[in-house]
Design a protein around this ligand. Structure first.
Ligand SMILES: [Zn+2]
Length: 507
């Protein structure tokens, strides 16, 4: 029987990005996700990086899926803080993480700070590590009750066990439903989450004073799209930590994105234009590719070039192809009509396509128009004038958090002329220009990898947890979803909206 388990809410508690939770039994601490915050949120980033745990607080990390806001901080923790414990996740999740690690996956190329850590003797001096203290560790450590001697003990333990020599040695791919022991009283398993390729829920089983306690972290959780069916529903859940991202709107059951893509492409090509799809590279891009391939195979759209112009998207294309066992309802995971039209690293090839003025369709990134090659298509000059050309179509494929995407979207239903400021560049060279939005603007719906409110309600009802924690959404969304649940079947006493550092103890 265990001495009690503590769930700590460190990230994505009142915000969407930066998912990070810590589960502790005594001095054994485990992280569930270690998400990054997009740079534009720098105030939040500073706040969170200053309270993130030091790596020697942690025995292991369990990653739910390979999105930046769930694993984006892990490379920093490995590289700069010297974390060398095991990382658990499905194979696609770990492969996505490896892409974020980039060249850093080879430890010998790491920064001097890290060399201090892994190059030291086993008899580590405490002061060596205290230099790595974040700016304000007190709040975090107080909450975890972990004195600094014990933190040093933890890292000594890694050295005794042998420091892994590469990132791959730290990775432990886990299949769904395999029980992985963490302590004598605590184990976990991964369950299907239907969000992106390889995404998982984490189910913790804890042997406490009153028997087995089951705690389910949904990670990001979706509900039936072109790649996935329903996520798994485990029974006897005591505490459910639920992704409420989309719980301020219902699913539009009268709307079919495949049909809209078909209409957009036919209309655009018929008037001699080009269609630009701005898609998020993980999952959204592959979904659009899948729809287009299916439409083309069935001859529902014309035979023009269909380009996928994205270095990241191109790499992920391989991941989807190699792990198609993680996809449902897809017979052929090649997604793309013609292999020749996939543009990876080559910016020369990309520039050549941008210059062409004949009718074509391109899927590119970023999905929020803040960077990436999509901007070269929108801002092009010559016979075809990108976003200023009324023959063309700009297709928005997801939520727009930034000004540029919101402005383009506003042109969709506006009778007034809309001008959009587009900023392009790299390094220190950035420039902005205004463009008239003359192209037809479309917005695809129902493609989200997160459950909509009505789906979430049904699903939570089936899980029927004793305690429900709503996370991964702003406070307004969580509050309105809580009200929605209470109006229907749930008791508000057992629904929590945790903030940073909130914790929940389990006996
Ligand atoms: Zn996600």
């Amino acid at each position: 029987m265990g001495q009690g388990l503590r769930l700590m809410f460190v990230g994505a508690s009142g915000t969407v990005p930066g998912s990070h939770y810590v589960v502790s039994e005594g001095n054994n601490h485990y992280a569930l996700d270690m998400g990054g915050i997009p740079q534009r949120n720098s105030v939040l980033e500073n706040k969170i990086s200053s309270v993130y745990p030091l790596p020697f607080n942690l025995k292991a990390v369990i990653a739910t899926h390979g999105h930046f806001d769930h694993i984006g901080k892990l490379p920093k923790f490995i590289e700069e803080y010297g974390f060398r414990g095991p990382i658990y996740g499905t194979l696609p999740t770990l492969e996505l993480l490896k892409q974020y690690m980039g060249k850093k996956a080879k430890f010998d190329r790491m920064t001097p700070i890290l060399k201090n850590v892994v190059g030291g003797d086993i008899g580590i001096e405490e002061k060596q590590f205290l230099e790595l203290e974040p700016r304000n560790p007190d709040t975090y450590d107080d909450a975890l009750f972990l004195p600094s001697e014990l933190r040093v003990e933890n890292i000594k333990e890694w050295f005794d066990q042998g420091v892994p020599s590469s990132f791959s040695d730290m990775c432990n791919p886990i299949n769904f439903h395999k029980h992985v022991p963490l302590t004598e009283n605590l184990n976990f398993e991964l369950l299907k989450a239907s969000h992106i390729i390889g995404s998982s829920q984490v189910l913790l089983n804890y042997k406490g004073e009153k028997g087995i306690n089951r705690i389910l972290f949904t990670g990001d959780i979706g509900y039936q799209n072109c790649f996935f069916g329903e996520p798994e529903i485990p029974d006897s859940i005591d505490s459910l930590v639920f992704d409420s991202t989309n719980c301020d709107k219902d699913f539009d059951s009268d709307y079919d994105p495949r049909e809209e893509i078909k209409q957009i492409i036919n209309k655009t090509i018929n008037r001699g234009g080009q269609a630009y799809f701005a898609a998020f590279t993980v999952n959204r891009m592959q979904m659009i590719m899948n729809f287009i391939k299916d439409l083309h195979d069935k001859k529902e759209i014309p035979d023009v070039p269909y380009f996928v112009d994205s270095p990241t998207g191109s790499k992920l294309f391989e991941l989807y192809k190699n792990h198609s066992e993680f996809l449902e309802g897809v017979d052929d995971a090649s997604f793309i009509i013609n292999e020749r039209y996939r543009i990876g690293k080559s910016s020369r090839k990309s520039k050549a396509i941008v210059k062409k003025s004949f009718p074509y369709v391109v899927i590119s990134a970023s999905g929020m128009f803040t960077e990436g090659r999509i901007l070269n298509y929108l801002t092009k000059k010559g016979e075809n004038r990108g976003i200023e050309d009324e023959r063309n179509s700009v297709v928005i494929c997801g939520y727009q958090a930034e000004e540029v995407g919101r402005t383009i979207l506003s042109a969709k239903d506006s009778n007034e002329k809309v001008k959009v400021k587009i900023t392009k560049g790299r390094g220190r060279n950035w420039s902005s220009n205004f463009y008239d939005v003359n192209a037809e603007v479309h917005e695809l719906k129902n493609l989200s990898g997160h459950m909509y409110r009505d789906q979430a309600y049904d699903w939570i009802q089936k899980v029927n947890p004793k305690n429900l924690f709503l996370v991964h959404a702003d406070h307004k969304t969580r509050k309105s979803f809580k009200d929605y649940l209470v109006e229907r079947a749930f008791s508000g006493d057992n629904i929590y909206l945790p903030h940073y550092y909130s914790f929940h103890d389990i006996k």
